[in-house]
Structures are given as C-alpha cells and as structure tokens.
Design a protein around this ligand. Structure first.
Ligand code: UT7
Length: 323
C-alpha cells in the first residue's frame, strides 16, 4: 500500500448568462464561422452582477463536497487557482473558506494562469502525502470576461468564465491498482512572458490590465510542450498511452486538442472536449471538463486519466491518475 491523493468528488459552476458567437459578431468584426473554424468555440458563459471568481468557486466547491459526501468542516486545505481574484488581496481562497463556513484551514491562491489548476493539484498532492493536510479542495475559477479588451477580436472571442473543483483526500492505495494521483510534472519558462499576459498590474500601472496574446506563437509552443509533459507523466507512472482512458486537457482551442492527441497517438474520442460550450476558462477549464465527464458517466472509477494544461508564463503541466 502507498499513500495517494484520491479524488472523492468533483463540481463545477457557470455564470447565468450564455453568450453565443452570433452575439459577439454584433460587438466586434468576427463571425460564427471564423470562431468555430479556428477554435471550435460556439458559446461561453459571462459573469453578471453578483457573480465573481469567489462565488463561482464556492458553488463549484459545494457541488464537489456534495459528491464526496463530506461536510465542509472536514476540509483542512483550500487551494484556489485563479488569475482573476476578487481582490488583489486577500486570497480568494479565504473568501471561499468563509463562505463555506470553515473556521480554520490552510487557504491560498496559486497564480499560474491556465496551468493554475495543475499547479494547485500538484501542490495539494504533495501537501497531502507529506502530512500537512488530510482533505483538500482544489479549485480553478476565473472571470476572464472582466480582464478582456472587448474591442480586441483576437482575444475577446476566446475566453469565458466559470469554476471547477475537486475534493482530494490522502488515502492508503494499492501500489499496483489503487486509485489516486500517480505522477505529476510542472514547468515554467518566463522568457515567453510577453506572448500571453495582461498589460497592467498592481505594482506597475496600478490597474489590473487587459489580456494580450500572440495567439499563433502560443499555439506552436502549446502543442510541443503539452505533448512533452504528457509523455513525462506517462513515463513516470509506467503507464502506456494505449492504457489511458481519458485525457482532460485545458480547453483553449479544439485544434490544439487534436494536434496534441495525434502527437501522442491517442484516439480523439478519448479526449474530453468542452471548449465548444465553455470556451477558454483559463484555470477553470480542466476541472470544468473533468466534472462534465464524471457527471455524464464517461469517467468511471478505475479509469486512467491525464489532466494537462499550458498557459501564460509560459507555465505548463500534467498529472496522471487512476480515478
Ligand atoms: O489558454 C492559454 C493558451 N492559449 C492558447 O493556447 C491559444 C493558442 N492560439 C490559438 O488558439 C490561435 O492562434 C487563435 C485562435 C488565437 C488564432 O487562430 P489562428 O489560426 O492562429 O489565427 P491568426 O492569429 O493567424 O489570425 C488569422 C486571421 C488574421 O487576419 P489576416 O492577418 O490573416 O488578415 C486575424 O486578424 O484571422 C484574423 N482574426 C479574426 N478574424 C475574425 C483574428 N481574430 C479574429 C476574429 N474574427 N475573432
């Protein structure tokens, strides 16, 4: 037996308001045909009044706790991955903690943009196996709509808002066949900061800034880096790509999902795709897609699942687990 972090529950939350490509075409010079053809995105959800990163994160966390059958008081670690916190400080994780009525636990945000959930999962897994905590909520939540330049058609059509959460618990697991996270790998290369960033911040302009991206350059790096890091977790876990049941990728662009799966020789029907419905929700996209595939019955206990993401920094990472 070995101590592993096991997913006990998943949950997600979307804002009330759905925005189609047709609606976007009334705002900037774009078309449904261009957006679907280049990205696979058909619609996204946009936060409205009273909906924030922390409220969406709290809703997703409650659903994950419900599925796990756990009371919030059993949580002793909250890691919230976001690039769009409610406030510069305190960490939105503490807002979620208060909303869930948890008196005392470890709570902090991680900032790794679209890879944030993978960073959060990896940190939580190490803290759980190291004994710093027993039961964690790892959440990815974003309201990117609030940092988009709604006049820039090269970015505003790509992103959406939402949240996803998992409950992870440290449990003794059979070495060969037990559930839990088997391996994770994280990377960052800050030389590429300028290809995907916001043009502001508290310590520079004193504003939050707007999203800027050189899409084609990001695309090229994404396919190479994601295929490489997925190869690393396969090798570290000793699992062959043929034995992977599901890949739950960061949902940036349907063409990136296809190209990455092809590079690894994974069948496209093994890739969970939600980019058509959610667009790119940054740190929320992996847990949103995971919750979708768990709740519709595709991902079953015992399945081998790879989670992967790449985003601003650049940062990228992957985890492989037995669900
Ligand atoms: O989440 C973090 C990771 N992010 C990503 O992984 C994003 C990676 N990049 C991408 O997904 C793609 O590069 C995009 C979807 C952002 C862009 O697709 P592309 O095929 O690389 O298009 P492009 O940037 O080369 O632009 C092609 C043309 C340009 O026109 P010209 O110069 O050829 O006349 C753009 O001005 O499409 C034009 N264009 C648009 N046209 C209609 C750019 N945005 C739009 C738009 N509607 N919204």
């Amino acid at each position: 037996m070995t101590l592993r972090s096991v997913i006990l529950g998943t949950g997600s939350a979307l804002p009330r308001r759905r925005m189609t490509n047709a609606e976007l075409a009334t705002m900037v010079d774009t078309s449904d045909e261009w957006i679907v053809g280049r990205t696979g995105i058909r619609e996204r959800y946009i936060a409205g009044e009273g909906e924030t990163t922390a409220t969406l994160a709290t809703d997703a966390a409650r659903r994950a706790l419900d599925m796990a059958g756990l009371a919030a008081s059993e949580i002793d670690l909250i890691i919230l991955a976001t690039a769009t916190p409610d406030q510069t400080f305190p960490a939105s994780a503490t807002i979620v903690q208060a909303a869930l009525g948890i008196d005392d636990c470890i709570a902090f945000d991680v900032a790794a943009v679209c890879s944030g959930f993978l960073y959060g999962v990896t940190v939580a897994d190490n803290m759980l196996r190291g004994g710093a905590a027993k039961t964690a909520l790892v959440i990815g939540a974003e309201t990117f709509s609030r940092i988009l330049d709604w006049e820039d058609r090269t970015t505003c059509v790509l992103f959406g808002d939402g949240a996803g959460a998992i409950v992870l618990r440290a449990e003794e697991s059979d070495q060969a066949s037990g559930r839990g996270i088997l391996a994770s790998r994280l990377h960052a290369d800050g030389r590429y900061n300028n290809l995907l960033n916001v043009d502001g911040g508290p310590s520079t302009t004193g504003t939050v800034g707007k999203v800027r991206m050189k899409g084609q350059d990001v695309f090229r790096h994404a396919v190479v880096n994601l295929a490489a890091v997925m190869g690393e977790v396969l090798e570290a876990s000793g699992i062959a790509s043929d034995d992977v049941d599901w890949v739950v990728p960061h949902q940036a662009n349907a063409r990136i999902l296809d190209a990455t799966a092809r590079k690894l020789g994974l069948a496209p029907e093994r890739v969970v795709v939600t980019v058509d419905r959610h667009a790119n929700t940054s740190a929320a996209s992996v847990p949103l897609a995971l919750d979708t595939a768990v709740r519709d019955g595709r991902i079953q206990p015992g399945h081998i699942v790879i989670l992967e993401a790449m985003g601003g920094g650049f940062t990228w990472g992957a985890s492989i687990l037995r669900y």
